[in-house]
Design a protein around this ligand. Structure first.
Ligand code: PXP
Length: 239
């Protein structure tokens, strides 16, 4: 199980002050030195955290792999083609949301997804679709030629009763199996933290998880190096 660290919230902290610290570019390097096997950042239309300068420099410093999260828009496609991340993760984006609220609705604009994926493939960029755990989404991801599905674990993370938790977890298991059988790479993310990650880690089809908020929050108290290392150790212990 690999860990990719989402560094958006280092930039959120910087933007809270409108100055130039803390710098997510330095954060990317520290995450990699601490055992992260990928760096994720989300360039939003409103540039509320990561901005164009960050993305350019993050691309230069990242040695593992860069996963650019973005909306399926023409503006973002152009930036992705200029930046050449190893992976693009397509996500839905709403201006008012605090964070990504759910998975993509691929069915609503299938040909748009197909075309964007084709353009990204022409530059050797792998494409991941952020989807809710539902087998119908796997079929759609396969049909539009995605390489990876990232299963949205936000609902799982918010479940409060054991019954709801097990029900959501079984949807994640079924979706992972189906995707893996269809030859898609399976990853997961959103809302995962030090106490809820292990059941997800135990799903053998899931190859990588993407964590942002929990790691950056812990880093405020322990330092980023230790926060990443603690998560890597937790994942390794469960191999
Ligand atoms: N995966 C995707 C597609 C996301 O949009 C986010 C949030 O930016 C994450 C993973 C990480 O979520 P969290 O910050 O809750 O760990």
């Amino acid at each position: 199980m690999k860990l990719a660290v989402n560094i958006d919230h280092i930039a959120t902290l910087r933007e809270a002050r409108g100055e130039n610290e803390p710098d997510p570019v330095i954060g990317a390097g520290i995450c990699e030195l601490s055992g992260a096997e990928g760096i994720v950042c989300h360039l939003r239309e409103d540039r509320r955290h990561i901005n164009d300068r960050d993305l350019k420099l993050i691309r230069e410093v990242v040695k593992t792999k860069l996963d650019l999260e973005m909306a399926a828009t023409d503006e973002m496609l152009k930036i992705a083609i200029e930046t050449l991340p190893e992976i693009v993760t397509l996500v839905p984006e709403k201006r008012q949301e605090l964070t990504t609220e759910g998975g993509l609705n691929v069915a609503s604009d299938k040909s748009r997804f197909e075309n964007i994926i084709k353009e990204l493939h022409s530059k050797d960029i792998l494409v991941s679709l952020f989807i809710d755990p539902d087998p119908r989404n796997v079929d759609l991801a396969f049909e539009v030629n995605a390489d990876i599905i990232e299963i949205h674990t936000g609902k799982y993370a918010n479940m409060r009763t054991e019954k709801d938790l097990i029900s959501e977890l079984s949807k994640i298991v079924i979706t992972s199996r189906m995707a893996s059988e269809q030859g898609l790479i399976v990853t997961a993310g959103h809302g995962l933290n030090y106490s809820n990650v292990l059941p997800i880690v135990n799903i053998t089809e899931i190859r990588e998880i993407s964590i942002g908020h929990a790691i950056i929050s812990r880093a405020v108290f322990t330092g980023l190096h230790k926060a990443v290392e603690d998560m890597v150790r937790l994942l390794d212990r469960n191999k």
